[in-house]
Structures are given as C-alpha cells and as structure tokens.
Write a protein that binds this ligand. Structure first.
Ligand SMILES: *[C@@H]1O[C@H](CO)[C@@H](O)[C@H](O)[C@H]1NC(C)=O
Ligand SMILES: *[C@@H]1O[C@H](CO)[C@@H](O)[C@H](O)[C@H]1NC(C)=O
Length: 343
C-alpha cells in the first residue's frame, strides 16, 4: 500500500515537472483539440530527417505522417502535447513544442493586476494564478494579433505570491492621454496556452506610492501638516498634482477622522496620510505608517526619530542639543559608576 503510494507520488512529481513549462519555448505551435497541425523542422540543409517526441522515437501511424521536413498530425490530442525534435543521424536540428489552445479559463482581470506608480515610462503587473508556470506580456497590436515582431516581457521566478513583470510604454506623460494601452498576456499551464488582451488608459492603473509626512506645525488652534509626494511620483509636481488625505485620532475621545485639508485639529495623538492623482482621481496610495504627533514644547527631543514622530520645524541645531544633553547624562552616569566602583 505504502509502496503504491510512493510510486504514485513519484509519478505525480515527474509528471508535474514534465508538464510545468517554466518558460516560453523559442519555437512552438498552438493547435486546437482535434484539429490537424503541421510541425516543420528548421534546417538549412537538405536530407532526410527523423523526429522524436520527448526523447522517444515517434511511431508513424495514421495520425502522424512524416513528409520531408514536416511532421503532419491529423488530430491533435492531449497526450501528443510536448516537445518534438528533429534529427539527422545524431545531430539535433531543431525543437518545437506542440501546445494546445485552452478551451476556456479565467478573464484578464482575475489573472493579472497592473499598477503604475507614476506617468513615467514604466508600469508593473502581477500575475497571481499559480496554475500557470510561464507568463509573458506584450504591448500593442503586434502582440494582440500574435505577430512575430511583438516584444514580449517574460516572467522570471515566482516570488511573493506571483510573477512580477515590468513593462515600458512610450506614451508622453505631458499630453492628455488619448491612446489606450493594449496589453496582451499569454500563459502556459500543462501545455495549454491562454491568451488574453485588455485595453485601458494608463491613468486607470495609476496608484502612487505612499507620500511622506514632513512636518506638523502648530498654527493657532490647528496643526498644519506638510506632506511631500512620494519620490517615485512624476515631476514637476506642480503639473502632476496629488491630493492627500489625512487620517487622525483625537486625543480627547480617541475618535478617528479624515481630512482632505492639511489643516487639522491640534489636539491629536497620531496621524497617517495617503495620496492620489487629484485630476483623474486615481486609486489611493497605501496609507503611510502611523506617526505620533509632538507639538507644544514638550518632548521635542523625540523628534530625532522622524519615522515615528511628526514634529514642528525645529530651529537648526535643536536636535544636536538633545544629543549633548543625553551624552552629558551618560558621562555623568559613567562618572558615578567609576566613583562607586572605586569605593
Ligand atoms: C523601468 O524599468 C526598468 C527595468 O525594470 C528599469 O531599469 C528602469 O530604471 C525603470 N525606469 C523607470 C523610470 O522607472
Ligand atoms: C502650512 O505649511 C505650508 C508649507 O510648510 C505653508 O506653505 C502654508 O502656508 C501653511 N499654512 C498655514 C495656514 O499656515
């Protein structure tokens, strides 16, 4: 019993390995189930060739006929999918994979998510369906029509729950976007191949990175929060304007509120911020981490930790003062230690 399970397990592993193509083969032919297909041996020289399928000699029968440099299959079935190589004697001439067009499958949006951090020339897409072992993406009609001149970007290793692919486009960030991007995705799962195309505007996939909280300046009863765009955002910032939303927690009752204005009540304990393109009202960025708010005169030395605290703009050298105070205290402690040790 255990033994059978073992054998089954081994079989299963080797099968999944064999069928899990990790890349797009250089040459492949896509057929429909039950349709005829012809594979051609790529060679410049003349003479008879022989064919192998996955390292085994091919049985020529009614369904598979060799004819010169061609191998003609009259009805494609699942067990015939895989790598075909043609040979002359011991010399391998070329290789081609026979793949099958998937009958159906998921829609574009459930397979892939794309996001642009800015209007610059790059955006990235993440493929998260692990049934597929190789994915490639291409932009433009060359790719959607399956032309040879398509420039494909192929998946690398599976990482953080998906394939991450980086694409470049040639849209100008400074003109109003009137051209849609046409993105084609191809993916292989068990020698089945799917192809999906989607058209969208770059602005539809814009989602900025989180902004930076710079300062929390008291202005009478309010707090003026200074926020910088994320460094990955398009410049000039006067042209590519972002709007920011602040979420904050009131000191008195712990209530959390949101504000689109940079002026918020002074008596708050913490805040965080997110941004979006204000013109097209893009997707909001992720929130920044929460920052505790330091205002008044108290505890401003903590403002050294800019990651955790939002502080007013401090006079130059203020924080150096903190350092020396702490150093002095430390050296005093050290002296006391010395004295007590000597006693
Ligand atoms: C675009 O992506 C390429 C490849 O990942 C990278 O080398 C380049 O720095 C990126 N350019 C921008 C503007 O992000
Ligand atoms: C808030 O701070 C910004 C930048 O530091 C400044 O330009 C603006 O005038 C301030 N607003 C108020 C009401 O003080």
């Amino acid at each position: 019993m255990t033994r059978t399970l073992w054998i089954f397990g081994l079989l299963f592993i080797s099968l999944t390995e064999a069928y899990g193509l990790k890349y797009f083969p250089e040459n492949f032919v896509v057929a429909k189930r039950g349709d005829p297909v012809t594979l051609t041996c790529t060679t410049k020289t003349d003479g008879a060739v022989t064919w192998k399928f996955e390292d085994d000699e091919i049985d020529i029968d009614d369904n598979i006929q060799a004819d010169g440099k061609n191998l003609a299959v009259s009805e494609v079935a699942d067990i015939m999918l895989g790598e075909y190589t043609c040979w002359r004697g011991n010399q391998k001439l070329s290789s081609t994979h026979l793949l099958m067009e998937a009958d159906e499958g998921e829609e574009f949006d459930s397979l892939i998510k794309c996001r642009a951090k800015s209007y610059d020339c790059n955006f990235s897409c993440k493929w998260t369906n692990s049934r597929y072992t190789a994915v490639r993406l291409g932009l433009g009609p060359d790719c959607s029509e399956g032309g040879k001149s398509c420039h494909w970007v192929s998946s690398g290793v599976w990482q953080d729950g998906g394939f991450q692919l980086e694409l470049s486009h040639t849209l100008s960030p400074y003109t109003e976007e009137s051209t849609m991007l046409e993105l084609t995705a191809e993916a292989i799962s068990d020698h089945q191949i799917i192809r999906r195309t989607k058209r969208f505007y770059l602005r539809d996939i814009v989602q900025p990175d989180s902004p930076q909280i710079v300062n929390c300046q008291e202005v009478e009863q309010d707090l003026n929060v200074t926020i910088d765009p994320p460094s990955s955002w398009s410049t000039p910032h006067s042209f590519f304007s972002l709007e920011h939303e602040i979420e904050y927690t009131l000191k008195d009752d712990g209530e959390t509120r949101r504000s689109l204005s940079a002026l918020i009540p002074k008596r708050i304990s913490k805040l965080r911020v997110r941004s979006r393109d204000s013109l097209v009202q893009s997707t909001w960025s992720q929130w920044t981490p929460w920052k505790n708010v330091r205002s008044g005169k108290k505890d401003l030395c903590r403002c050294k930790n800019k990651e955790k605290f939002c502080c007013p703009e401090l006079p130059a050298g203020f924080l150096d003062g903190c350092k020396t105070k702490r150093k002095k205290k430390r050296s005093k402690d050290a002296t006391i230690n010395l004295i007590s040790n000597n006693v």
